[in-house]
Design a protein around this ligand. Structure first.
Ligand SMILES: [Fe+2]
Length: 256
């Protein structure tokens, strides 16, 4: 991977996604969009150089799939190969369709594909952040522990907030995210009912998948047991690295 570690690669995706935001679905790009393409429209490869290239790659897991505590290899591989990699594949297909968009493309077709594009893009980003903050020993430490204590009156109190937010999404879908808000550098705990709901202008620091596919295979409907396993495997070194980069990025964004 050109000298980058897997976790470095994941981290670079995260900083590239400040202001993330997006909903899940299976592949559904419209063939009508492609059919609307006149001959003079640039191809996906030349339309933008990168923005609509449909060339996103599946990032390797930063840990061995069978190495986590309480989260089975079968669950992790299914989640990675089906849900995450599926989102990447569908994002590529959506971008390839959008590269052929013209003024003649029916607006309702554009709207539908744009919604899917955002869904798959955020699914990709959030899944990479999720897998990227697993593989640790779950011991809170470092600057983020101090910052959480200052914000919530104790980092354990923050975890209580975070878990309660997860319970609120249990049995359904969504994400719980601890984010750094770029406009203020404040830490925010956010509930997202789907991929499309996100705190604008923020960088995800701790990301917990609450779609049932992330726990049902191992825990059934026992959401608290899943969250126990999530916190037991949380990679706080990665969270601290994200916090450090996000804090610096916030200063740049505000021009201070
Ligand atoms: Fe997921």
């Amino acid at each position: 991977m050109n000298g980058l570690t897997r976790r470095d690669a994941l981290s670079s995706f995260l900083l590239g996604s400040a202001g993330f935001g997006a909903a899940l679905a299976t592949g559904c790009v419209s063939p009508r969009l492609a059919r609307a393409t006149p001959a003079a429209v640039p191809t996906a490869a030349t339309a933008s150089g990168s923005g609509l290239a449909g060339a996103h790659h599946v990032v390797p897991l930063p840990f061995a799939a069978g190495s986590l505590h309480g989260l089975s290899e079968r669950l992790m591989l299914s989640h990675y190969e089906n849900n995450y990699a599926g989102a990447v594949r569908n994002l590529n297909r959506a971008e390839q369709e959008l590269a052929h968009m013209t003024a003649e493309t029916p607006p309702f077709v554009v709207a539908a594909v744009r919604e899917r594009e955002l869904t798959f893009r955020n699914s990709k980003t959030l899944h990479e952040a999720y897998f990227g903050n697993l593989g640790g020993d779950g011991r809170r430490a470092g600057a983020i522990d101090t910052a959480l204590a200052q914000t919530y009156g104790g980092s354990a109190r923050w975890e209580e907030h975070f878990r309660a937010t997860g319970l609120g999404l249990g049995g359904g879908s969504g994400w719980v995210v601890l984010a750094l808000e770029l406009e203020t550098s404040a830490l925010r705990t956010v509930a997202m009912a789907n991929h499309a709901q996100a705190l604008a202008m923020s960088v995800p620091l701790v990301v917990m998948d609450m779609y049932e596919h992330s726990y049902q295979m191992d825990f059934g409907a026992a959401v608290p047991r899943y969250m126990d396993a999530f916190f037991a495997n949380l990679q706080w070194d990665e969270v601290n690295a994200r916090f450090d980069r996000a804090t610096k990025a916030a200063l740049v964004v505000r021009g201070t």
